[in-house]
Each structure stands twice: as C-alpha cells, then as structure tokens.
Design a protein around this ligand. Structure first.
Ligand code: 13P
Length: 260
C-alpha cells in the first residue's frame, strides 16, 4: 500500500493534563516495547487543548514518534473570539494535525459546512494537516443512504480554497460513534471509495490516490482488521478505545491481525 496507514486516537473531553501524561507515556512505552514501526503505520493522538502543552513537552523530551493533533481550531487567526483557539497557537505547540468538523462539533456547536470549510482554510494557512470528519446520522442513513451526506460534506469542506495542501478524511457514521454499532467493513469501504472518487473529481486523481481516508465509529482491536483489510480504508479514528494504552496499541498493531 502506498498510503501509510493512520491510526488516530481522539481523546474527546477526557483526561486532565496529569492523566494525559500517564496515558501518552504508557502508549509510547507499549509501542516501543513491541518495536512498532511508525514509518509503516503512523500513530497520532488528539488530547484536549489543556493537555497539549504538557503532552508536547513530554513528546519532545522522550522523542516520541507518536504524532500530536488538536481536536478543533478557530476559523480566525486572532482577535475577539472568546474561548477559541488559533491555528497559529497550535502550530507553535508543534501540532501536526487538527480534527475539523467532528460530528460532536457539528451537532453540539452547530458547525455548518461553511464553518468547517473556513476551519479547513485556517488549518492550511497555519500548515496544520486537517483531519476532516464527515458522516451521516441514522435518519440520514435511512432517507438518503450511507454515502450522500459524507460526500456533500467532503465537497463543501474542500470547495473554493486558495491552496489545498495535504488533508485526511475520516468517515464516521454518527450512529456508530460511541454506540458499539459499527458500519460493516464492506459498507465503510464503499463509502471511502466514493469519497476518493469525489476527491478525484474535485482535485485530480493524483491527490485522490495520495489522500488517506479513515473509518471511525466503535473501532476496537477486535474489529479493526476488518476495516483495514480493504485497500480503500487507510486507517481509523478511534474514540473510547484510544483511552486505554493496551487497547489502542493493539489497534495500532492491526497488521499483526491481518498478517501483512
Ligand atoms: P468511538 O470510537 O468511541 O465510537 O468514537 C469515534 C469517534 O468519534 C472518533 O472521533
């Protein structure tokens, strides 16, 4: 596979900065002890904002190969936006990635496709790689099928940018997040394939082939192999199971389950 698999842990609003040290350290040690090859499989964690400086300091001191990202950023660069966090600040903290448009942000913070698009532009301005999250609710699945909403969201997020640098797409069916319900590997792969097609139409085949497309929603070490067996699925975005170092490192070692 020419695309390096990407295993991402979205910690959501869990763990204060002291707890974050314990988890990040344990994950680093666990993957080191099993000789994880980060060039063959990238691993990234997305702690809450208040943990980022602490985790970054630890990662720096211990020479982590685990990459770091934030869970959100402002579409603005600075100014009177109380509570928001600029991409410039995240870059200064050596963040490589930023999640954008997670369904929990779309749902609880009313983030529209336009806001998501503007946040993607902000990520590009600050040389952060956006992990653009898309996915349909159960109602949308029933009325429009699995691919319609994610495709609409991908097209909206990528529309009309001055420059488009590297980005990642995470397909996370809303009904599969934190519910224990999962999209079947075949269904997930089919939506990922359609997303790649749409990227090809928008940005050309080369970009489509280079872009990593992930599945997310109740991924665990016991079911990850099913998704990553498909050449269409380039990694996973993990919520709950990323809070346990042993379980998350098991997910990062998915190649052992599929015998690659
Ligand atoms: P769960 O893995 O807990 O279902 O969460 C998925 C998710 O939302 C990751 O961003």
């Amino acid at each position: 596979m020419s695309r390096v698999p990407f295993i991402a842990g979205n910690w959501k609003m869990n763990l204060d900065h002291q707890q974050a040290i314990a988890l990040a350290q344990k994950l680093h040690w666990t993957l080191r002890d099993v000789g994880h090859n980060y060039e063959e499989c990238e691993v990234a964690i997305f702690p809450p904002f208040t943990d980022l400086r602490t985790v970054q300091t630890l990662a720096d001191a211990e020479k982590f190969e685990i990459q770091l990202g934030a869970q959100d950023l402002s579409q603005h660069d600075s100014g009177a936006y109380t509570g928001d966090v600029s991409g410039a600040f995240l870059k200064k903290l050596d963040m490589k990635y930023v999640l954008i448009g997670h369904s929990e942000r779309r749902q609880y913070h009313h983030e529209s496709d336009q806001i998501v698009r503007d946040k993607v532009a902000a990520a590009f301005r600050h040389n952060l790689i956006p992990v653009i999250c898309v996915g349909e609710t159960l109602e949308e699945l029933e009325t429009e099928g699995a691919a319609a909403v994610p495709l609409r969201q991908v097209k909206a997020a990528l529309a009309g940018h001055e420059t488009v640098a590297e980005f990642i797409i995470a397909y996370e069916p809303v009904w599969a997040i934190g519910t224990g319900k999962v999209a079947s590997p075949e269904d997930a792969a089919a939506v990922c394939a359609k997303i790649r097609e749409a990227i090809g139409e928008l940005l050309g085949e080369e970009r489509a082939q280079a872009t990593r497309i992930l599945y997310g929603g109740s991924v665990k070490s016991a079911n990850v192999a099913g998704y990553l067996r498909s050449p269409e699925v380039d990694g996973v975005l993990v919520g709950g199971a990323s809070l346990d170092a042993t379980e998350f490192s098991g997910i990062a070692r998915f190649q052992k389950h599929i015998g690659v």
